[in-house]
Ligand binder design. Structure first.
Ligand SMILES: *Cc1c(COP(=O)(O)O)cnc(C)c1O
Length: 466
């Protein structure tokens, strides 16, 4: 009884929240310091449970002080937006609470995951591919590197990795830090991830890659893994996969595409050329929780060759879980997780809801919005574009009238904008220059949202100048 009453109260709050996402006059965050937060929310778990009213109040407070990532002024991270069918998918997934290891306990979800992997593989051009959903792009990169290690040193699964084998990996100097973590975890060591020089736009330079590979071989090392980043975190640059594939073929090195950020561009007929050569890669990390706006976490690692993932897990004998009686592959045999959350179902709900073409349009819209934001920067006398836009990231800064430390000014600008609660945008450094980074990740962004963002930014800049 009590639970059902809470449920109807919660339902009203969900409806109000979803409505507010569309309302640009609502703040994207009500900024509070940790100490201030403790004043407005009682975080302590106490001896007796709370009343129904107190429970509903907890729901309110949680939403009130969380960052509204579904608000269109949230332009901070590589993910954003509120995806209604995917939200429903998430709720129903949790409601059923099945686990991905066996068909026995998750028959529908297992079949859905297989369908999603097969659809994603069709975009990647992996005709005999396979894949698995896992807990994020970082872990997809880890499993890719792990698979590459097991290809060159199959016995390392049993014997462990011996440093005398000197495996080395190569990534764009601006690649995601998860490759170093991966090398650490699988025993190669983070120092053996070699950072290859990028050009001014942030793309790995193939000739530099080949030079680094040759140097490593001369040092007696064994190159085993190369990653092409498909949209780097700061500049949104796409590495030239096709040229990197030629080099990897020549030296027989595993080529991975880290599309954790920009992999979803493969859905777009217009822009897919940025990933030319993807079918030549051995693996591909694709995060629907970024540009497809699926609630976190929704992330897949695709592999070109069926059997690769099972091979990693070796012949661990766990009869008590895997009975092999349902004439379908138990996905747990391909995963480094045992219990695994169902992350494919929310993607399936969303893809079914929007359709293949609908999703393509959402991705095209993201590029259109980034192009629009770039044009505003180019046209405004006080805004300076700091790097040619490649995809979904626009890096710029504000130039005040009076001479001043531009890094300091732009950092303050970003902070005062964030604390105003009106818009959130991130920043990073291009060499030593602080760049404000605007990301178009929310598939429902419109020009008016971008206009509003710049009017908020310019308002704060004006305040700082005076
Ligand atoms: C976000 C990102 C990652 C990490 O993905 P998570 O899902 O956050 O673990 C890896 N590589 C790139 C290029 C990314 O943008």
């Amino acid at each position: 009884m009590r639970d059902l009453e809470i449920l109807s109260g919660a339902f009203e709050k969900i409806k109000a929240y979803i409505n507010n996402n569309q309302d640009n006059s609502k703040p994207v965050v009500q900024f509070r310091t940790p100490a201030q937060l403790k004043e407005v929310i009682n975080f302590k778990v106490e001896k007796n449970g709370v009343s129904e009213g107190e429970f509903l109040e907890m729901l309110d407070k949680y939403l009130e002080y969380s960052v509204k990532t579904g608000n269109k002024q949230f332009l901070n991270q590589l993910y954003s937006g509120f995806n209604f069918p995917a939200f429903i998918g998430e709720v129903f997934t949790v409601l059923a609470n099945t686990s991905m290891y066996t068909y026995e306990v998750a028959p529908v979800a297992t079949t859905i995951e297989a369908e999603m992997i097969s659809l994603m593989n069709s975009y990647a051009g992996y005709t005999d591919g396979d894949g698995i959903f896992l807990s994020g792009g970082s872990n997809a990169n880890l499993v890719a590197m792990f698979s590459a290690r097991n290809r060159v040193l199959p016995e390392s699964r049993f014997d462990g990795y011996d440093r005398s084998q000197k495996l080395v990996a190569f990534v764009n100097a601006q690649a995601h830090y998860s490759f170093e973590t991966a090398a650490n975890v699988i025993g190669i060591g983070a120092k053996n991830v070699i950072k290859v020089k990028a050009d001014n736009e942030g793309r790995l330079i193939p000739a530099e890659l080949e030079k680094e590979i040759a140097n490593a071989i001369n040092r007696g090392e064994t190159p085993f893994f190369v990653a092409a980043t498909c949209a780097t975190t700061l500049l949104g640059a796409y590495d030239p996969i096709d040229e990197m594939a030629k080099i990897c073929k020549k030296y027989n090195i595993w080529l991975h595409a880290d599309g954790s950020f920009g992999g979803s561009i493969i859905l777009s007929d217009k822009h897919r050329h940025l990933m030319k050569g993807i079918e030549e890669t051995d693996s591909f990390a694709w995060n629907p929780h970024k540009l497809m706006n699926i609630p976190l976490i929704c992330s897949a690692l695709l592999v070109k060759k069926r059997g690769t993932l099972q091979h990693n897990i070796t012949d661990i004998n766990t009869d008590y879980i895997f009975h092999d009686i349902d004439a379908i592959e138990d996905l747990g045999k391909k995963s480094i997780q045992c219990g695994r959350k169902v992350d494919a179902v929310k993607l399936w709900f969303a893809w079914k809801y929007f359709g293949l073409e609908g999703y393509q349009n959402r991705i095209d819209n993201l590029i259109d919005m980034a192009t629009y934001a770039e044009s505003i920067v180019n046209e405004h006398p006080k805004l300076e574009l700091l790097s040619n836009r490649q995809s979904f990231a626009v890096c710029f800064r504000y130039i005040p009238s009076k001479e001043t430390d531009l890094n300091k000014f732009n950092l303050e600008l970003r902070e005062s904008l964030r604390k105003s609660g009106k818009s959130i945008v991130n920043y990073g450094y291009i060499a030593k220059t602080l760049a404000v980074r605007l990301i178009t990740a929310n598939g429902e962004l419109q020009k008016s949202d971008i206009d509003l963002f710049f009017s908020h930014l310019l308002f704060e800049a004006d305040k700082l100048e005076s």
